[in-house]
Design a binder for this molecule. Structure first.
Ligand code: PEP
Ligand code: MN
Length: 338
């Protein structure tokens, strides 16, 4: 349920309400919006407890939330959530954020080269897998621990925030010194113990939709992170499994529209994993921005034909630059900037 606080209630009144919620055995999640303050209340409800809250000073209304997700929904927060990734870089506001880089870090030289390039072309966030979740155990699993000093050095050289996947709870700590955003991959969207641990960290989490996850599954997965106290969750549509074989997955562009309607959280689209084809990525990036995406995740490699992972879907430095030159017009058409 959600407690709508009377407009004009002072901080002490809100604090008293929060204490009361806690004393009744609930977990309060206060949300201080521009227009209204609400307290999302999580826990087992009884009529008696609801009545005890209804009579408290400052309570305008108590609304039950019938959806299976609560904190991620628009009911508790009407305005979009803007997440600060690093100084001067925020997602969910007017500016569309482009996250670019290779699927996996392969060497200092490879990562440094592409990082400088995508940054110069306008990417605001650098991506790159250090721990890779691969379908076959025989495939390259990422540089793993060896990748950390490389990521750290390149990040510092270029001066941009970095998003990287955390595959296992044990790696949350290992990645803490380099990850500005923890990515949860499609294969781990419903790894609830990983989500719960990420709910306790002080960094944004980008949660990718599972290939067979519904929109509601994704929102409930995000709820696992938020309910632990980490409100900085970014949702990512990366294509779902369908009968179509032309593409690696099928980009569900309607998910962007639905997620923006049902949730206040920022939405990123990953056309690289959705399509599996470099030649499709620029058009799908534009479609994603037109549909309301707050960010894009674009795999980019200095020599895609030599990439250890996902070269076929990676843009070259020049096709990435061309995309970055074409995107502003689409952004402008939908009231955004790049
Ligand atoms: C990735 O971003 O490199 C990745 C593995 O993506 P996904 O989890 O969406 O397959
Ligand atoms: Mn990849």
């Amino acid at each position: 349920m959600v407690i709508i606080v009377e407009s004009g209630a002072d901080r002490q009144t809100v604090d008293n309400l929060i204490d009361k919620v806690r004393s009744l055995g609930f977990t309060p999640h206060p949300i201080f919006g521009v227009e209204k303050t609400v307290i999302a209340v999580v826990g087992h409800k009884t009529q008696e407890k609801i009545e005890a809250l209804e009579t408290m000073p400052g309570v305008q209304q108590i609304i039950p939330i019938l959806k299976p997700y609560k904190l991620v929904g628009r009911e508790v927060r009407a305005e979009p959530t803007v997440i600060s990734i690093a100084e001067g870089v925020e997602i969910g506001a007017e500016r569309v954020i482009v996250m670019a880089g290779p699927c996996a870090l392969e060497s200092y030289e490879q990562f440094s080269h592409i990082a400088h390039y995508v940054h110069a072309a306008g990417a605001q966030v650098l991506r790159g897998g250090i721990f890779k979740p691969r379908t076959s155990p025989h495939d390259f699993q990422g540089l793993r621990e060896e990748g950390i000093p490389i990521a750290k050095a390149v990040k510092e050289e270029v001066g941009v925030p970095f998003v990287t996947e955390v595959v296992d709870i044990r790696d949350i700590e290992t990645l803490h010194e380099v990850a500005d955003i923890y990515q949860v991959g499609a294969r781990n969207m419903q790894n609830f113990s990983l989500l719960t641990e990420l709910g306790k960290v002080d960094r944004p989490v980008m949660l990718k939709r599972a290939m067979s996850g519904t929109i509601e599954d994704l929102l409930q997965a995000a709820e696992y992170v938020m309910v632990e106290g980490n409100a900085d969750v970014i949702l990512c549509e990366r294509g779902i499994r369908t009968f179509e074989t032309t593409t690696r997955n099928t980009l569900d562009i309607s998910a962007v529209v639905a997620l923006k309607r049902f949730s206040h959280l920022p939405v990123v689209v990953d056309p690289s994993h959705a399509s599996g084809h470099d030649w499709m990525v620029p058009a799908l990036c534009k479609a994603a921005v037109a549909a309301g995406a707050d960010g894009l995740l674009v795999e980019t490699h200095w020599r895609p034909q030599e990439a250890m992972v996902d070269g076929h879907q990676s843009l070259t430095p020049s096709t990435f630059e061309q995309l970055m030159n074409e995107l502003p017009a689409v952004c402008e058409a939908v009231g955004r900037t790049l």
